[in-house]
Design a protein around this ligand. Structure first.
Ligand code: BG6
Length: 478
């Protein structure tokens, strides 16, 4: 079985990492607007509102807001069939709890989607990609507050209604499962607007993550129902950060630990795809005595809000080794991951494992039998401009080639149902994890550095021409 004729080749960005224009057109302050720049190993800080003396890389980002025509033309030149981006919630509802949507924000996305459609580029849209309104955090406590369900669903409904004839593929929450358990302040802040005071116990933090995650799952399921009501042809997916966790060895304890570790990351997919909590997640919450506000009505909503496809990001795999665990195998991602000696890692320590992509596609398809879309995959690296002005990013081509080949094996040999593949950051954008510009993923270089200096000029790299051929040949010339 070959890749389907209408395979969706393209790239993926997110509004806050690309658009900039953080105060233009009535846009409100989002959580991304109060995150400073970090670095490799240095977390981004969350400030109490926007402070004049801090550096906030997302405020300008790559100014896609004003450059999107030029950028989409470049994507079209590469032959993109689709572009995944997100709608900045704060352009539509600046505070999140506003009575009426902001027309200027809605108009911006009309124009953006029209520009894509002009070139036959299908918009693939994430509703919430790490950028809820900051006001919802300050006033309501983010997704720890049930009211955020309604705010999100209203935002989703307005978008579905407005763009129902322009957008067919949607996703609700980007990488919703990153918050499975408390990992770091910036990670849970990005995912669901959680702010901790630093006097909570680890268990209280974990409980908060399960609670916020639950409200988001309910919000997602309601949005799926609403979307299908507005346009029955919509395809609405979940979006999962897939990092399979391998056992260190074939020792049965290692195997069992990896089962539990994967449970912790995957229970979200289970709920999105099957409409109910898996038993292992319910047992876990009971054993830890989590007090979760989860009503019978919520559970009914989950059943009716099953997604149409599973979208996921894939960058790396993890590995884990049994050591201090008891029969519960309580896996802690911050402590229990080990280096996989069989794979290399990027400069940022992300383990490079193409076969893991094939593994992931099989894993999801075996479990859920839903169509899938790889909506993020890519290689963050420092690029060098040669004397002649070219950028010879063979390392990026190598990474993408090996992953595309593994993806094709999953389709051609294993028979998984795959709708498309979008590389992360087809144009250099601000890194979500570190706020850096120098962690570049693009086929198109953007002249801007970590300090925010540069002309913002765009320039195709070697990989630009390589990806163009890949798309043109539907993955045959690789
Ligand atoms: C995913 C996110 O986690 O990985 C993106 O959905 C992010 O927003 C991407 O940019 C790559 O991570 P980073 O930290 O290198 O930007």
């Amino acid at each position: 079985m070959k890749l389907r004729e209408d395979f969706l080749w393209g790239g993926a960005i997110a509004a806050h990492q690309a658009e900039g224009a953080w105060q233009t057109g009535g846009k409100g302050v989002s959580i991304a607007d109060v995150m400073t720049a970090g670095a490799n190993g240095v977390p981004r800080r969350i400030t109490d509102g926007v402070l004049s003396y801090e550096n906030y890389p997302n405020h300008e980002a790559i100014d896609f807001f004003n450059h999107y025509q030029e950028d989409i033309k470049l994507f079209a030149e590469m032959g993109f069939k689709c572009l995944r981006t997100s709608i900045a919630w704060t352009r539509i509802f600046p505070n999140g709890d506003d009575e009426m949507p902001n027309e200027e924000g809605l108009k911006f996305y009309d124009d953006l989607f029209d520009e894509m459609l002009k070139y036959g580029i299908e918009p693939i849209i994430t509703l919430a990609h790490f950028e809820m309104p900051y006001h919802l955090v300050k006033e309501y406590g983010g997704f720890l507050n049930r009211k955020c369900i309604d705010f999100f669903v209203r935002f989703a409904s307005v978008c579905f209604e407005r763009y129902k004839d322009k957008v067919k593929y949607w996703m609700t929450f980007n990488e919703i499962n990153n918050q499975t358990h408390y990992m770091s302040d910036d990670e849970v802040f990005r995912d669901s607007g959680l702010l901790f005071l630093n006097n909570e116990t680890p268990l209280q933090r974990e409980q908060a993550c399960y609670q916020a995650g639950h409200y988001q799952l309910v919000a997602s399921a309601l949005a799926v129902q609403e979307g299908h009501r507005i346009n029955p042809d919509f395809k609405i997916g979940c979006m999962i950060a897939m990092c399979p966790i391998y056992p260190h060895s074939c020792h049965p304890n290692d195997i069992m630990l990896s089962v539990v570790a994967n449970h912790k990351r995957d229970y979200y997919t289970h709920i999105h795809a099957r409409g109910y909590y898996p038993a292992y997640a319910l047992e876990y919450m009971k054993r830890k005595e989590f007090q979760i506000d989860m009503t019978q009505e919520d559970l009914e909503i989950l059943k009716k809000g099953i997604v149409d496809y599973i979208a996921f990001s894939y960058y790396m795999s993890y590995a884990t080794k049994y050591s201090h665990h008891d029969k519960y195998y309580d896996f802690e991602q911050s402590q229990d991951l080990i280096k996989n000696e069989y794979v290399e890692a990027s400069e940022w320590g992300w383990q490079i494992d193409p076969e893991g992509l094939r593994y992931s596609l099989n894993y999801f398809y075996d479990l859920y039998q839903l169509p899938m879309m790889i909506v993020e995959n890519g290689f963050g690296a420092v690029d060098k401009i040669e004397k002649d002005g070219t950028i010879q990013d063979d390392y990026r081509i190598d990474y993408l080639r090996s992953h595309i080949l593994a993806m094709k094996d999953a389709v051609e040999i294993d028979g998984v149902d795959l709708l498309g593949y979008t590389t992360w950051g087809p144009i250099d954008i601000v890194s979500a994890g570190t706020g850096e510009m120098k962690k570049r993923y693009g086929f198109v270089y953007v002249d801007k550095d970590n300090e925010g200096q540069g002309t913002l000029q765009r320039r195709p790299k070697k990989s630009f021409y390589w990806y163009q051929k890949v798309i043109e040949s539907n993955g045959e010339m690789i």
